[in-house]
Design a binder for this molecule. Structure first.
Ligand code: IMP
Length: 397
């Protein structure tokens, strides 16, 4: 049976490190949505590399890495990543698989993105226009690069056809029917870790629309983005930071005051891995978190960056919203309502130091109380707590 790891906030929950730590327990890692708008930086043997498309499992020599049909692929970015990994002597010719059905980001997509880029604060990676073309049946897919006639018939420009053919020559062997591959894996009882990009609050259906990405990071995206059976996933790990961050525009009810944001941003290195933009910082928002847990059906929580909150006098948590004079524990679906929302906070005492701890029960009492408060509120347990940047900075169980 397979496992999914899904962000429960507005992306950047620290999924990359967890994928890296968890990869050893799986046979393969699979991306199912999004494109090079996602990104995580990994330090491997002293070299720093940012991956945007290739799953983090690539650093584990025996793990299969799959880029599923629900993703949108910028082939130039993919080529950059392949080259960088090869420079690091990582071999993956027989274990990286790209879906024939994944859509290709075309040069026009970067141009048409300009307008939404400003309004929504997108990453500028052509994601929205590529998904729009997919929906209006104007897209081209990875498998199509094997027929020049088909590409021409679809009106693909001569220049871009040449780019695609160069890609095909060097990297065409990575392109395959990943649906078949995933089903073969399932039959052989091999385990896949489905790696979500972004997070539920950026989901095109369930997030703060229109300030969202153009795909479904939530579990529905795994089914449509890989072709796996709904019955093949038995474990869903929901990942949340112990506070909240957001890049781009749109509602962010638990946003901290500027001084506190600066403190958290510097301590937590809260700058976008893809765009370098400073992330807005907020307190843990349990209304949003509970909603995201409902949507994902998360069976357990992974909480990241508890160490960033070390040394605070007190930590705040949003537990309800006030809207039109009424108290509510529901996350509104209408974006225009957010301007009138007043978050209701509760404060808990802070703690000093969570670094170097490997067992949950050895955490400072107040840090544990904070985690217990979150667990009680959302009704699932934190099975993993990350307390530092390194692989080993992880409390399990
Ligand atoms: P797009 O996905 O580039 O279209 O951007 C849409 C929104 O999602 C913008 O607010 C982006 O900042 C946000 N976004 C997209 N990818 C990520 C991510 O990996 N982490 C955090 N925010 C993201």
């Amino acid at each position: 049976m397979h496992t999914a790891l899904i962000g429960l906030q507005w992306g950047d929950e620290g999924k990359g490190k967890l994928i890296d730590c968890l990869s050893n327990s799986f046979d393969g890692v699979c991306r199912y949505q999004g494109g090079a708008n996602a990104g995580h930086t990994i330090i491997f043997k002293g070299n720093k590399i940012s991956l945007h498309l290739i799953p983090g499992g690539i650093f584990h020599p025996d793990k299969v890495c799959i880029i599923g049909n629900g993703t949108v692929i910028d082939i130039k970015q993919l080529e950059r990543e392949i080259k960088e990994l090869r420079k690091m002597s990582i071999e993956f010719d027989d274990r990286l698989f790209i879906s024939k059905r994944a859509h290709i980001i075309q040069p026009e997509h970067f141009i048409t993105e300009n307008k939404i880029k400003k309004e929504i604060g997108t990453t500028g990676r052509g994601i929205g226009p590529a998904y729009a073309d997919k929906s209006t049946r104007k897209g081209i897919r990875m498998g199509d690069i094997f027929s020049v006639k088909y590409l021409k018939d679809r009106g693909t420009s001569k220049d871009f056809i040449e780019t695609l053919l160069r890609f095909r020559e060097d990297y065409g062997h990575f392109i395959t029917d990943t649906v078949e591959l995933i089903h073969r894996f399932s039959e052989e009882k091999k385990k896949i870790l489905f790696e979500g990009a972004q997070g539920v609050m950026l989901d095109i259906d369930f997030g703060t629309y229109p300030f969202v990405t153009s795909s479904n990071p939530s579990p529905g995206g795994i089914l449509s983005g890989t072709g796996t059976s709904p019955f093949s996933i038995s474990r869903i790990i929901g990942v949340a930071k112990t506070y909240t961050t957001r890049v781009g525009n749109g509602p962010f009810p638990s946003e901290m005051n500027q001084k506190m944001q600066e403190r958290i941003r510097e301590k937590g290195r809260e700058y976008g891995a893809t765009t370098g933009r400073p992330r807005k910082c907020g307190w843990m928002d349990l209304v949003a978190l509970k909603y995201a847990i409902q949507i994902t059906g998360a069976t357990e929580l992974a909480l990241s960056k508890i160490d960033t909150l070390d040394g605070m006098h007190q930590v705040k948590i949003v537990k309800e919203y006030q809207l039109d004079g009424k108290i509510s524990d529901r996350f509104p679906s209408e974006v225009w309502k957010f301007k009138d929302i007043k978050p209701i906070y509760t404060s808990l005492p802070g703690w000093n130091n969570t670094r170097g701890i490997h067992k949950k029960k050895e955490l400072p009492k107040k840090a544990l109380e904070y985690i217990n408060y979150i667990e009680d509120f959302v009704g699932i347990e934190a099975s993993m707590i990350s307390n530092g940047q390194k692989r080993g900075d992880l409390i399990i169980g």
